[in-house]
Design a protein around this ligand. Structure first.
Ligand SMILES: NC(=O)c1ccc[n+]([C@@H]2O[C@H](COP(=O)([O-])OP(=O)(O)OC[C@H]3O[C@@H](n4cnc5c(N)ncnc54)[C@H](OP(=O)(O)O)[C@@H]3O)[C@@H](O)[C@H]2O)c1
Length: 338
């Protein structure tokens, strides 16, 4: 091969590389590090087997799916949330379809807002299994109300549950992980912890707060390289999150939780979460397009992102005010592009 031909080939590769990356990005449902780990990284079935995993918010949605997929890996599971019958249902599902026996699953009722119960809950897990390898901070609620209309109890509840409840449980488990010098803390944040959207001001605030806390905590754990923090930021995922969202009044349920089909399936989201956990990834974005692109714009061009979100958000607010599903236009867009 002549030098000239080699140079031509190198130039062609240099030209093709950005095109390949662009195609990968358009088709992506997660950040490129995560998708690389899915292709070339460690498999969850090699890394997570035999671990004790505590999942909060395990009674529905992402937490339920996480419990289900983990049960197939042969871990010991602690399932926490407030609704015991739902936790028992998830436990049965894990036993019927997974690789676990009755003794491998502990149903542990827990209210994240009841911070005084977190130490006792942690002791109960340690008595039952002797260790906690992974804490998945997943329990949480969203919001559908305008900041102006929502009363202060709504903001308080979102901070108590999504932020302080998560911080408190983590602080209960952390001394045990520090003693063992190992453990994984997984935080199910949200793209709303990076981007901000209308109708979710309190939710966005609680998720932004989580991002600040856990990134800061990571910098304090440099003496403990065996303890890793994995911040996961999902975009829209099929679950009960909208149905359970807080409105302008703490006691008022949401009337129209809308269509879910345009969102990412929970099983795909959880599959990627397990890859992130197996590979100790620190900052993980999981979302279909166009939400993934919007998150990148928020991260790197916040002024443009605000301009764009104000434009798109008008429609969201208009739908919401007229009693429709706020995100109706996304489901219409998805249907059109299927
Ligand atoms: N679905 C999405 O589009 C999406 C996107 C980004 C991030 N996320 C995040 O993913 C996590 C899981 O949400 P999901 O989508 O699976 O919604 P979901 O189906 O509504 O599940 C929420 C879970 O949180 C639990 N929970 C609520 N209040 C609680 C409390 N006070 N104490 C303990 N547990 C409580 C619920 O159980 P009980 O009611 O039985 O207590 C339930 O198991 C949340 O942190 C959410 O912010 C979701």
């Amino acid at each position: 091969m002549t030098w000239e031909l080699l140079l031509w080939l190198l130039a062609l590769c240099a030209l093709l590389l950005p095109v390949v990356q662009l195609v990968r990005f358009v088709r992506a449902d997660g950040d490129l590090t995560l998708l690389w780990a899915e292709w070339q990284g460690r498999r969850p079935e090699w890394e997570l087997t035999d671990m004790v995993v505590w999942v909060t918010g395990a009674s529905s949605g992402i937490g339920e799916e996480l419990a289900f997929q983990l049960s197939k890996l042969g871990v010991s599971l602690v399932l926490s949330a407030r609704r015991v019958p739902e936790l028992e249902r998830v436990k049965r599902r894990c036993l019927e379809n997974g690789n676990l026996k009755e003794k491998d699953i502990l149903v542990l009722p827990l209210d994240l807002t009841d911070r005084s119960s977190h130490e006792v809950a942690t002791k109960t897990v340690l008595q039952e299994f002797g260790k906690i390898d992974i804490l998945v901070n997943n329990g949480g609620r969203s919001q559908r109300s305008l900041a102006q209309d929502a009363n202060m109890d709504v903001f308080k509840e979102l901070i108590e549950l999504n932020y302080l409840g998560t911080v408190s449980l983590t602080k209960s488990v952390l001394p045990h992980m520090m003693e063992r010098k190992q453990g994984k803390i997984v935080v199910i944040n949200s793209l709303s912890g990076i981007a901000s959207v209308p109708l979710s001001s309190g939710y966005c605030a609680s998720k932004h707060a989580l991002r600040g806390f856990f990134n800061s905590l990571q910098t304090e754990l440099t003496e403990y390289p065996g303890i890793t923090i994995c911040n996961i930021y999902p975009g829209p995922v099929q679950s009960d999150i909208v149905k359970n969202a807080l409105t302008e009044d703490i006691a008022k349920p949401l009337i129209n939780s809308g269509d879910q089909h345009y969102k990412m399936a929970a099983d795909r989201c959880v599959q990627l979460m397990l890859i992130a956990m197996a590979n100790d990834l620190k900052d993980v974005w999981i979302s279909d397009q166009p939400f993934l692109s919007v998150a990148y714009v928020w991260q790197y061009m916040p002024t443009w992102a605000l301009w764009l979100t104000c434009k798109l958000g008008k429609k969201r607010i208009k739908n919401f005010k007229s009693g429709m599903d706020a995100d109706l236009y996304f489901s219409k867009w998805k249907t059109k592009h299927e």
